[in-house]
Design a protein around this ligand. Structure first.
Ligand SMILES: *Cc1c(COP(=O)(O)O)cnc(C)c1O
Length: 380
């Protein structure tokens, strides 16, 4: 028993991420209320935005998500290997070589062109399976998908493919997180224009979906048959101009512990490049986390962390494995908890704040937390 516990503890770095599964369940429920009759696809790409792909996907399955969204074949395979049976849509453009594997594992594919769709039809014929496919329409994102004014060609090809079942048709917003929603509205209009083809042809329309997190919050008319929340599921704001008007809360806390304490005399520089020094004696602690863990070097002399319920600044360059914090005249002991993202005492550092200080977006901070940071899943 003791041996087992010790072995467990040995494997837990002082630097780790804790994911609150109850927060994820509540966030999904809040999104479901807002989405009304629309189905909910929980987006778990990029290691579930850093929260742990398999654990989050299993939990979403348990909590009644209708389906899952990933970016890559490999992510879909990891889900199937873990026994996840929900429908999984792969968003990315799919090389023909990956199609047999997609089909074998029952992953739904994105068809962004007639050519890709035909390859899927052939792969499905060869495998003796009916492929489930979602057609992708570009309404203004300029990434993948048939142009909305050419949607008819893709829709007709979908009807003609004998080994393909078109399960959905979708598009993606470029600016749904903006304060000015005119471009998002234009995209929605173009999507409806594309969808009108089904009516003209007199055939049933498959599941229509376009709403990401920002659109779930800001554009209820875009919810259609299904919504695709990513960042919102994790309780994080899609962008600074997109207020969180739903009762969601962050699921992720990023913690470490003080490993070294020292008093620095006035004028003593800290870290590479000696970019910081104090003009009076200060107490400085070292935290065993760095850009190799995904704590961006851009946070050098910019980030704040929480120790003993108070905010302190990161000083000097963030190193690969460590960074330093100026306590001023404050105190801390080796082993004291350091919160990089999350709450401690009455103080909170949200990932949105960290992103702003690093001049990036919350998505990049979350997905950047590297694989050497252990994840623990708690709650529920
Ligand atoms: C990543 C992604 C989403 C989720 O986006 P959020 O802004 O995190 O909600 C939805 N749809 C597609 C196609 C995506 O690639």
């Amino acid at each position: 028993m003791t041996t087992f516990m010790d072995a467990e503890n040995d494997s837990i770095r002082p630097t780790h991420v804790e994911v609150d599964l109850s927060a994820l369940r509540e966030n999904l429920a809040a999104i479901r209320v807002r989405a009304g009759a629309a189905k909910v696809m929980a987006v778990v790409k990029a290691n579930a935005y850093g929260h742990g792909l398999v654990e989050v996907a299993r939990h979403m399955e348990k909590c009644g998500a209708d389906c899952l969204g990933v970016a890559l074949l490999e992510e879909g395979l990891a889900l199937r290997k873990a026994g996840v049976t929900l429908p999984v849509l792969v968003f990315g453009g799919i090389p023909a070589a990956q199609m047999p594997s997609m089909l074998r594992h029952g992953l739904e594919m994105t068809a962004p062109s007639v050519e890709k769709l035909r390859q899927m039809d052939e792969a499905a014929a060869a495998a003796g399976i009916r492929a489930r496919v979602h057609l992708k329409v570009d309404t203004g994102m300029g990434r993948i998908g048939v142009q909305y004014f050419n949607a008819r060609t893709l829709i007709e090809a979908g009807l003609a493919c004998r080994h393909v079942e078109v399960a959905g048709i979708y598009s993606h917003f470029a600016n749904a997180d903006a304060a000015d929603l005119s471009h998002a509205r234009l995209q929605l209009e173009r999507f409806h224009e594309a969808l009108a083809v089904y009516e003209k042809l007199g055939v049933p329309t498959p599941a229509r979906h376009i709403a990401n997190s920002a659109a779930i919050l800001q554009l209820p008319e875009s919810h259609l048959d299904m919504v695709r929340p990513g960042i919102l599921l994790y309780g994080v704001q899609p962008g600074p101009e997109c207020p969180l008007t739903l009762p969601v809360r962050p699921a992720l806390t990023w913690r470490s512990r003080v490993v070294y304490f020292k008093v620095l005399p006035s004028g003593h520089p800290v870290s590479y490049g000696s970019t910081w020094q104090s003009d009076h004696p200060v107490r400085v602690v070292t935290v065993p986390c760095g850009y190799g863990d995904g704590f961006p070097r851009a946070l050098s002399n910019k980030a704040h962390v929480l120790i003993r319920g108070a905010r302190f600044p990161v000083v000097g360059k963030v190193c690969m494995d460590q960074f330093m914090v100026n306590l001023g005249q404050g105190t801390a002991y080796n082993g004291d908890e350091v919160v990089l993202v999350g709450a401690q005492g009455g103080e909170v550092i949200r990932v949105e704040e960290v992103a702003e200080r690093a001049d990036t977006i919350a998505y990049e901070i979350l997905t950047g937390i590297s694989s050497r940071v252990p994840r623990a899943h708690v709650g529920d």
